[in-house]
Design a protein around this ligand. Structure first.
Ligand code: HEM
Length: 446
């Protein structure tokens, strides 16, 4: 396929580094909530049905948080999409037009999934078990299908050389029918599996964050979360007989301040033990979950980076990549060997991040690292893993389309006003996200 004449394009409205930075940042931000609904939702449903007291507690909390997580994920997905449409439109539109019905199908999948998540959250709130499990299951299936379409679209976008054949097969009188797809490409599933593995790591982090930060705030603020009432007569946990006795003392003016305070807080001290049990369970469960996450994500990424993309010739003499629509390493014309797409030093940082993640959780389970410090360390490992995964992914995307469209070489025609509007909207969005998380924490406290 002839490459795009970059001088015929409008030019990049912002410097190359700015576009890459916000595209990668946007993808990382999109990934966190997306991981929670991809892996967290099925895990929560299983725990809701067969989990113990603590497992059910986590399940109910996560399911109640889910509508806000979904809203966050969708909004944050817009950020990288904006930059895809700005700089990568010469590859984005042809590929999504070729698979238009699948692409449009995302709406038909995401909208009902969103409603089902609201329903699940409300049913959980009403103390139900089987019905939210059923509606959550429906939402989860729809979201997995949407995720596969996304994986398929980003894979097709990075393989312009497969478009002509797809267009020939799925066009009428030269017009694309939009019925194309690349489901036959195993890379789609490999990418999706690595996203699912990373999603398990994010759920592990969220489990620890929820149990050590959000839940602790709930009980740590025993004096803060409880006082929907300021009179001990309204304390539902204080026995009636004790209430009567205390009221008699108060009416007689003989009730001391300590007694009144004790009566006010009666029954809420137990939450400390409850909270500790929940945190211990969270650590134990996290140390199981993390192994699945590390093995699935790092295993599939290693296979993708080193066997599919940079793979040597297979025994049949055919380059591994020819099994896929996306040819992996382009052939170096001087040596005739496949060029290395992924810089050697980047994947090991992702792997190190994942391994450290697992190590930190295990040390936490053995009590070597504790409390919020443990969660902060796990959060840092998660950040390193996701950041380097996103950077590697971006490098691969740029390299795969380079022969057709060299983004880096497109001249910059700076457009300051849209740039400023973007930055302002981004700041506004960040404030909105802060408010949404605040609202979610408040809901969970209730
Ligand atoms: C509806 C609003 C959404 C928007 C605007 C959106 C946008 C995006 C964008 C732009 C990317 C690629 C970023 C890049 O190439 O750097 C991406 C990746 C991805 N998104 Fe979303 N997304 C949305 C919802 C979802 C949903 C509901 C799922 C379901 C699980 C999902 C799953 C994924 C996956 C799995 C990837 C990575 C695919 C791969 O690299 O193979 N997204 N999304």
């Amino acid at each position: 396929m002839p490459s795009v004449d970059i001088y015929s394009l409008n030019g990049l409205p912002a410097p190359y580094w700015f576009i890459q930075l916000f595209k990668v940042l946007g993808f990382i931000l999109h990934s966190i909530p997306m991981h929670l609904w991809l892996a967290g939702l099925p895990i929560a449903i299983i725990l809701l049905l067969i989990g113990g007291v603590n497992g059910q507690m986590f399940a109910r909390r996560l399911l109640k948080q889910m509508p806000v997580i979904m809203a966050l994920g969708i909004n944050l997905g817009i950020v990288p999409l904006l930059f895809v449409q700005t700089a990568y439109y010469k590859v984005f539109y042809p590929s999504t037009i070729l698979m238009a019905w699948h692409w449009l199908g995302i709406l038909a999948l995401v909208l009902p999934a969103y409603y089902l998540l609201y329903l699940t959250s409300a049913l959980v709130d009403a103390g139900r078990k089987w019905l939210p499990a059923l509606s959550g299951c429906g939402a989860s299936l729809l979201l997995v299908a949407a995720g596969l379409i996304f994986a398929s679209a980003w894979t097709l976008m990075a393989s312009p050389e497969s478009w002509t054949e797809l267009w020939r097969a799925k066009s009428i009188a030269g017009a694309a029918t939009g019925l194309g797809s690349n489901w036959a490409d195993p890379v789609v599933y490999l990418r999706f599996v690595s996203i699912c593995g990373l999603a398990l790591l994010t759920v592990t982090f969220w489990l620890l964050f929820d149990s050590h930060f959000l839940f602790v705030e709930k009980r740590g603020g025993a004096g803060k979360a409880r006082p929907d009432f300021s009179d001990f007569m309204e304390n539902p946990r204080l026995p009636k007989s004790r209430k009567k006795e205390l009221r008699r003392l108060r009416d007689a003016g003989k009730l001391s301040e300590e007694e009144e305070l004790e009566a006010l807080e009666y029954g809420y001290d137990e939450e400390t033990e409850e909270g500790d049990a929940y945190q211990h369970w969270a650590l134990r469960f996290a140390s199981v979950l993390v192994w699945f996450g590390v093995c699935i994500s790092l295993g599939s990424l290693w296979f993708y980076y080193y066997k599919v993309l940079d793979g040597p010739e297979s025994v049949t003499g055919v380059h591994e990549a020819s099994m896929t629509t996306a040819p992996a390493a382009p052939i170096d014309p001087t040596t005739g060997e496949p060029e290395r797409i992924v810089p050697v030093w980047i994947p090991p940082i992702t792997f190190a991040g994942g391994a450290l993640f697992a190590l930190t959780v295990i040390l936490g389970n053995f009590g070597k690292i504790q409390g919020k410090f443990l969660v902060v360390l796990v959060g840092l490992c998660e950040a390193v893993t996701l950041t380097f995964f996103a950077i590697t992914r971006q490098i691969i995307q740029n390299e795969q389309i380079k022969n057709y469209l060299d983004i880096r070489a497109i001249p910059v025609q700076m457009q300051l006003s849209p740039l400023l509007v973007f930055l302002l909207v981004f700041l506004f969005g960040a404030a909105l996200i802060y408010w949404m998380i605040y609202a979610m924490v408040k809901t969970v406290k209730r």
